[in-house]
Design a protein around this ligand. Structure first.
Ligand SMILES: *Cc1c(COP(=O)(O)O)cnc(C)c1O
Length: 374
């Protein structure tokens, strides 16, 4: 958890708009349409933004289904939301099935072994809901088509199936033919299971980007994560989501450089004109990825300023030569993520995706949760 760092002393301010998270959830729910349900994926501490603030805000917006990756995230969430349905993607690994039952967590059963262990638990404790995962093209988790076809009704005896699910590999590329192939595979698997068990089953397929692939991909429950947090689920098109995160780094020194010299470790940036270099108290230890050296940009007073030199553990250096000089001074802030430079822009500069930028956000920030622009 973040230490309670007072804003006045903070090296950086991380502002998280929980109102925007709730608005993004409502938008996705509305996109799924009537009769469908929308979960909230809050794994990895709500993508680095803080599950303790995010999950209750989603619940207040009307979210009833929550998805986490591992059992301990589920136990944390259970304390926050005593009534919510909590699905754990990784499922129970050997020996922790009882913990799932105790904390009323719904496991995703990903393999014949997990199914057998859950069936044994249900034989001891009575029927306990689970989700069945069919792999349709990730080769990561879930039953293979062969394992699915080998299932007999007695394998699922006493296991009430809350859902059958699968996961898309290329949902953020609307034109990728993989999407339609996985959809066909999922429909086939679902139909076979329904026939095997002789009853209709609820299904879940779409992550954030999958919701934007259209109604064919929606099934009964959407599972958006990253779009809730303002990352663009439709790369290449305008971002339909409301921005959630602002990260402001404190300028702690501004240096006038009037003779040729270099900036930072490795002397990778050479100053060749009269320049002003602003040093900001954020570095790779704070999740500002080292790859951003000589590649990233920040924004001061609406002016774009480049990162020059390498990213240090606790510092970055910005070339502020071309902006009005009163804007850059010790104590002022530079927007590292903000209205003029969003998570996706920073991710592109870092050669990565918004998911990694958010889940890397560090612990030395003063974090504040707001509803709407402060
Ligand atoms: C992380 C995850 C999601 C959410 O994905 P986003 O792309 O963040 O919307 C949904 N389903 C599964 C299985 C996941 O692992």
């Amino acid at each position: 958890m973040t230490p309670d760092l007072p804003a006045a002393r903070a090296s950086a301010l991380l502002t998280i708009d929980v109102g925007a998270v709730a608005a993004n959830w409502r938008q996705l729910r509305d996109r799924l349409g009537p009769g469908k349900e929308c979960a909230g994926v809050v794994k990895a501490d709500a993508y680095g933004l803080g599950i303790a603030a995010i999950a209750p805000a989603l619940a207040q917006a009307g979210c009833r289904h929550f998805v986490v990756a591992i059992i301990d995230e589920g136990i944390t969430l259970r304390k926050l939301l005593p009534e919510a349905e909590i699905i754990v993607l990784g499922g129970p690994w050997p020996g922790c099935e009882e913990d799932f039952a105790e904390h009323r967590l719904i496991p995703v059963l990903n393999s014949p072994e997990q199914i057998a262990a859950w069936r044994a638990l249900c034989a001891r404790r009575g029927p306990l809901s689970a989700v069945l995962h069919l792999d349709t093209g990730m080769a990561r988790l879930g039953l293979t088509p062969a394992e699915r076809d080998a299932l007999r009704p007695e394998d699922l005896k006493n296991i009430p199936l809350a859902l059958v699910m699968s996961h898309l590999a290329c949902a953020d590329e609307a034109g990728n033919e993989m999407n339609a192939r996985q959809l066909a595979e999922f429909r086939e698997g679902l139909a076979r299971l329904q026939k095997l068990l002789g009853r209709p089953l609820r299904a879940s397929f779409a992550n954030s980007s999958g919701i934007f692939l259209g109604p064919d991909y929606h099934f009964d429950l959407g599972r958006p994560g990253v779009a809730l947090y303002g990352v663009n689920p439709c790369p290449g098109s305008a971002n339909p989501m409301a921005p959630v995160v602002r990260l402001q780094g404190r300028i702690i020194q501004v240096r006038d450089v009037d003779s040729p010299q270099t900036v930072g470790y490795g002397a990778t940036h050479r100053v060749t004109r009269r320049s002003r270099i602003a040093t900001v108290a954020v570095g790779y230890a704070d999740g500002y990825l080292r790859y951003l050296g000589n590649k990233g940009c920040a924004s001061i007073g609406g002016f774009r300023v480049p990162v020059v030199g390498r990213v240090s553990m606790d510092l970055i250096t910005l070339d502020v030569t071309d902006i009005p000089s009163p804007l850059a001074h010790a104590g002022a802030f530079a927007d590292l993520i903000g209205p003029d430079h969003d998570v996706d822009a920073l991710a592109t500069e870092a050669g990565t995706i918004g998911y990694e930028i958010l889940t890397s956000l560090g612990n030395r920030y003063h974090r504040r949760y707001v509803v709407g622009t402060p």
